[in-house]
Design a protein around this ligand. Structure first.
Ligand code: ZN
Ligand code: ZN
Ligand code: ZN
Length: 489
């Protein structure tokens, strides 16, 4: 760790800073998880060792709870499942994910001591638990968890004080990092990465963090190597500059970000973007047409209408009623699009949802149009290397391509590729997919310019053979991976 050091960040406590200059896409550090667990709700759908989603998993014959891709994954995961396996059997069932995670951490620390690798910059004892900041209802839940933990923890294992157990629950609660599936599209579990816990928040950060599952063969050869996060630089970082990541999505107003940070992470953000309310005006702006702006009242009315329709749409989406989603979005967009700017965050959510659902329903023309609008808006709001912007550009690129708009499609895919090379790196599966799409669309574009007829017939064939991996069923409301750390709801 010769490129970073711990320091006292004014007003924030401990933090990390650069000890030498860094550039966009640099991996500042990579860190394997100290421990991680699959969410309760996905225990049968995600491998408990490599955290990949697989259509068919094998169950641990002993506890009948853990699931694995195959024998290799099971063997690789045995060191961290051994104690858990017999504890689950003795307890009669698997306890919830927080208890399972705290127990996995405890077993590992009991075995290896509080520093498990020479790269680890902090022990978990040194991290804050914020237990005293917890509101009444969370404290009550904590007590129940501790009670169950004590029942679950084997009598024959090393015993810990309630204070130590409570501290670990607190640490896991505010530092548990959300683990995504291998494509980075769905949150599937939660893990602890001690060094990452030292990186403070900024609403306009200079770093991003990405989970990289690596390739399958590397996974199996090295224990624990599978759940590795990388802290990557988003742009130039000077020597001595603090390293920061965003714990919450910038596509919220300052007030809303502050509220989320306070309730979930117990601090008041004093970053430049919060202090100066930067871009808040754009996020609720009216649309200027030929130099004429709508009145404040019109904008407010359209904003309120949009908000109400978003609630209605979320409900329909939750019920899987996609035609209702489309009708609601369309109506709302028709009414508010002439009044609201393309950076208005409610309108952006409408476009985003409509394009996602239309792509799923295979109406690519609509999907492409709204995805492009969404990307145009995002570009005015997000940091140019923001990962969410990259993912949005990818979605827009794919839908344009599917709709036969090869030139725009190729451009968007190139843009997405450039961003993801910084935020995800060249070995991430999504970057690799993008590279493949970039080459494919480049070739098609060349062909299109030479002979349109040949191009169209070839495109049909190419699209038929390629499953559009991006066009998953629309996710239920905001279950995406917008927030860095996982908090129990
Ligand atoms: Zn696996
Ligand atoms: Zn088992
Ligand atoms: Zn802030």
């Amino acid at each position: 760790m010769e490129n970073i050091e711990i320091f006292d960040s004014p007003g924030k406590g401990r933090g990390l800073r650069a000890t030498k200059e860094m550039w966009a896409g640099d991996v500042i550090f990579a860190e394997p998880s100290l421990a991680a667990v699959v969410f309760d709700s996905l225990a049968e759908k995600i491998c408990h060792s490599c955290f990949r989603r697989q259509p068919k998993l094998q169950r641990c014959g002993q506890c009948k709870f853990a699931h694995y891709c195959d024998r290799t994954c099971q063997r690789a995961g045995w060191a961290e499942h051994r104690e858990e396996c017999s504890a689950i059997k003795a307890f009669g069932k698997a306890p919830n994910e927080s208890i399972r995670l705290v127990a996995r951490v405890m077993w590992r620390l009991d075995k290896e001591g509080s520093v498990v690798s020479d790269m680890q910059l902090t022990t978990l004892e040194e991290l804050e638990d914020h237990v005293t900041d917890m509101p009444e209802d969370e404290l009550k839940e904590l007590k129940v968890d501790i009670h169950n933990f004590l029942d679950y923890w084997p009598r024959t294992n090393k015993q810990h004080t309630v204070d130590d157990i409570s501290h670990l629950f607190g640490v896991v609660n505010c530092n548990g990092f959300t683990i995504s599936d291998q494509r980075g599209l769905q949150a599937v579990g939660v893990g602890i990465f001690p060094n990452l816990c030292l990186v403070n928040h900024d609403c306009w950060p200079n770093c991003t963090v990405i989970l990289n599952h690596g390739n399958q063969s590397a996974v199996n050869s090295m224990f624990h190597s599978q759940r590795r996060i990388e802290l990557r630089a988003l742009g130039k970082i000077s020597e001595g500059e603090e390293l920061t990541v965003a714990y919450v999505d910038f596509l919220n107003l300052t007030e809303e970000r502050q509220r989320q940070l306070k309730t979930q992470y117990f601090f008041d953000c004093t970053c430049e973007h919060c202090k100066n309310h930067i871009k808040d005006d754009l996020k609720l702006a009216g649309r200027e047409i030929d130099g004429v702006k709508p009145s404040e009242e019109q904008v407010k009315e359209a904003t309120d209408h949009c908000y109400k329709m978003l609630e209605k749409m979320d409900k329909a989406r939750l019920n899987g009623d996609y035609h209702e989603v489309v009708t609601t979005c369309r109506e709302c967009i028709e009414k508010t699009e002439p009044i609201l700017a393309d950076t208005h965050i409610y309108l952006l959510r409408m476009w985003s949802t409509l394009s996602e659902v239309q792509a799923y329903l295979q109406f690519f023309e609509d999907a492409a149009e709204y995805a492009r609008k969404m990307v145009d808006g995002y570009m005015k709001l997000y940091h140019p290397n923001n990962a969410a912007l990259g993912m949005a550009a990818m979605r827009a690129g794919v839908t344009h391509w599917q709709n036969g708009l090869i030139e725009v499609g190729h451009g968007m895919i190139c843009k997405a590729y450039a961003i993801l090379m910084v935020t995800h790196g060249p070995t991430h599966p999504i970057t690799k997919d993008l590279e493949e799409m970039r080459m494919q669309t480049e070739m098609e574009l060349r062909m299109f310019k030479q002979n349109e007829y040949v191009y169209h017939s070839m495109r049909e064939a190419a699209l038929k053979n390629r499953p559009m991996t991006m066009m998953n069923e629309p996710k239920s409301v905001e279950e995406g991976i917008k927030n860095l750390f996982h908090r129990k709801k």
